[in-house]
Design a protein around this ligand. Structure first.
Ligand code: CA
Ligand code: CA
Ligand code: CA
Ligand code: CA
Length: 161
């Protein structure tokens, strides 16, 4: 079944991945958002990619002092559970618009896990974007690779949500 799904989705038009449309404008952020790792006043793709690209979240790693901001569950270890915690908080754009309760597999951070997301992953497998690997390009487990493990995460999320 999985192979059939993969083949069927492989023909979808590729969708670009990466930064959000909100841009990288640096604003003063007097009320610091948790998970706004680049301190630009939003919690968006740039922030989740900073976390996912900080190290191998699949194995986990001990944070340096500069990396403790990524430790969202405060266990002095950066891993996929911090990524899940970030997604659970959801995104906030610079106008305060939120998308809550995101889950692994939602590459474009729109709240749905569907064919758009696996199309993003397929595009990254076919033509890897520049390093470091990005969650929003389909590295759902944060191990720096786009591969079958990411497909399985997407498949589970799309079937059970
Ligand atoms: Ca941000
Ligand atoms: Ca942690
Ligand atoms: Ca999505
Ligand atoms: Ca991966």
């Amino acid at each position: 079944m999985y192979r059939t799904i993969t083949l069927a989705l492989g023909i979808l038009v590729s969708i670009p991945c990466g930064s959000t449309a909100f841009g990288d404008t640096v604003l003063s952020a007097p009320n610091k958002l948790v998970g706004d790792f680049d301190s630009d006043g939003d919690r968006d793709a740039d922030d989740v990619n900073a976390l996912a690209g900080s190290g191998n979240l699949s194995t986990g790693y001990p944070p340096s002092p500069a990396q403790t901001k990524f430790d969202l569950d405060f266990n002095n270890w950066i891993d996929i559970f911090d990524l899940i915690a970030w997604l659970d908080m959801g995104t906030v754009d610079q106008n305060g618009v939120t998308v809550d309760d995101l889950i692994l597999g939602d590459a474009n951070l729109d709240g749905d896990v569907n064919r758009e997301d696996v199309s993003i992953l397929n595009s990254s497998i076919a033509s890897p974007p520049p390093l470091p690997a990005k969650y929003t390009c389909g590295d759902f487990n944060g191990d720096g690779l786009y591969d079958l493990r990411d497909h399985w995460i997407w498949l589970r999320a799309s079937l059970f949500n």
